[in-house]
Design a protein around this ligand. Structure first.
Ligand SMILES: *Cc1c(COP(=O)(O)O)cnc(C)c1O
Length: 426
């Protein structure tokens, strides 16, 4: 029996580490050793692993009811979670649609946008505007709005729906160019989709809330809906509960990753009143044409409700500010290391960008070097980054940044500087 692993060349990759338990910010290996998780299992385990409050909620819910279909049925956990999410987003949204993964939350958002324009009797607006370095998931429509060149999906280029991918307008010149372009093309575009403040899987690229606000203003001017993908940035990762602000409120908002505190799969697509109301009609076929078997799973919703309790009980903005200060202080000196292009920090995200992307051998070398120091970390393209649990203690956080410093320095001395000398010699 073989488990086929994600993004892994099964022929050459070494066997994965076997994890038998988790605890706090640690992964426990089969041989009893433990690793400090510096990426919180793909950014999900925001309160650390095995948080007793979330585990207790799941246990209690499991005795009550694990799951019921959502066609024609509803349960208190789904109802309560929806109410809380709408309240946390200041009632800018009217509805919460459940699914099981970030990718599906994006699919649903795109479907909502397309169907919204159909209901307006607009048959032209069938495409999407997305941004370079963006990542929105691995299912087909989600793939179509990822960066087509950089993304992990260029293999599928020929079969994906064609969307418009533009540079994020971080300068006035780019903004003007996008404005001009939209003046000609907006009649075909249903919505733009953007990761606010940080483009995650595309390389942890950051922009300001002013840029985000300007993008939203432009969307409004050219009659595009705005879909915000806060699957990564949601729930305090950037320092605030959400990355969008009062001045950049989307029409449709996608959440997942940290939603259940990293315990069970769950995602939500929130729609504002304008979108939701457009589906209310005498016509049966104006209903939102989507529904998946395990949507709104009761165990997952109970975990999400428990996770929201934890956010209410502790000052997460403060936690994250403390992490940001440490990351800034500990990682900034690495800009002096040859082969380091940039260091950037936002909230509980610390990034060291290297001069070039790592090869797959180097990727393994870096991962191994971290494991030797008791840290779990996986580089991403040209970056080595950390996104720890938001309530991580000072000591494990220190261990993470120390290891990042060591690994980056070792890579620089043992690989990067040597290859530069080689070129000099030639
Ligand atoms: C992870 C991620 C997704 C996809 O979520 P899955 O649960 O992996 O399908 C989409 N958008 C962003 C910004 C993400 O970080």
């Amino acid at each position: 029996m073989k488990v086929w692993l994600p993004y892994t060349q099964m022929h050459t990759a070494p066997p994965p580490l076997e994890i038998v338990a988790t605890q706090g910010v640690h992964l426990i290996l089969a041989n009893g050793h433990r690793l400090t998780d510096s990426v919180a299992s793909w950014w999900t385990a925001c309160h650390g692993y095995n948080h007793p409050h979330i585990l207790q909620a799941i246990q209690q819910q499991s005795v009550q009811m694990a799951h019921v279909m959502m066609g024609g049925l509803l349960h208190p956990q789904a109802h309560q979670l929806a109410q809380r999410l709408l309240q946390l987003t200041d009632h800018h949204f009217a509805s919460v649609f459940y699914s099981e993964s970030g990718s599906t939350a994006i699919e649903i958002a795109m479907k909502m946008a397309l169907q919204y324009w159909m209901h307006q009797k607009n048959t032209q607006k069938t495409q999407f505007l997305c941004f370079e370095h963006g990542y929105h998931g691995d299912t087909f429509y989600a793939m179509s709005v990822c960066d087509p060149k950089e993304g992990m999906h260029h293999l599928f280029h020929s079969v994906l729906p064609v969307q418009y991918c533009k540079p994020l307008p971080i300068t006035d010149v780019l903004l003007e160019r996008l404005d001009t372009w939209l003046a000609q093309h907006s009649s075909q575009i249903a919505a733009l989709i953007i990761e606010p403040l940080v483009q995650g899987a595309g390389g942890m690229k950051m922009h300001t809330s002013t840029v985000l606000k300007k993008v939203c203003t432009l969307a409004k001017k050219h009659h595009l809906l705005v879909i915000m993908d806060e699957i990564f940035t949601g729930f305090y990762r950037t320092g605030q509960l959400f990355a969008h602000t009062q001045e950049s409120i989307p029409d449709i908002l996608c959440l997942s990753k940290a939603l259940t505190g990293g315990t069970l799969p769950l995602a939500t697509t929130l729609a504002n009143h304008r979108i939701y109301n457009a589906f209310l009609s005498e016509h049966e076929e104006h209903a939102l044409m989507h529904g998946t078997t395990f949507m709104g799973n009761a165990l997952a919703c109970s975990a999400a409700n428990a996770s929201l309790d934890l956010f209410e009980r502790a000052p997460y903005t403060l936690h994250v500010r403390r992490i940001a200060e440490h990351l800034d202080h500990a990682l900034s000196p690495l800009t002096q290391v040859p082969g380091v292009k940039a260091v950037r920090v936002l909230g509980a995200i610390g990034v060291v960008q290297l001069a070039r992307p790592l090869s797959s051998q180097e990727h393994q070398w870096v991962t191994d070097a971290f494991v030797k120091q008791g840290i779990w970390n996986r580089p991403l393209g040209d970056i080595i980054y950390t996104t720890p649990a938001l309530n991580i203690d000072a000591a494990p956080l220190q261990a993470i940044t120390e290891a990042m410093g060591n690994v980056v320095t070792q890579w620089s001395q043992q690989i990067y500087t040597k290859e530069c000398k080689q070129y000099d010699y030639l």
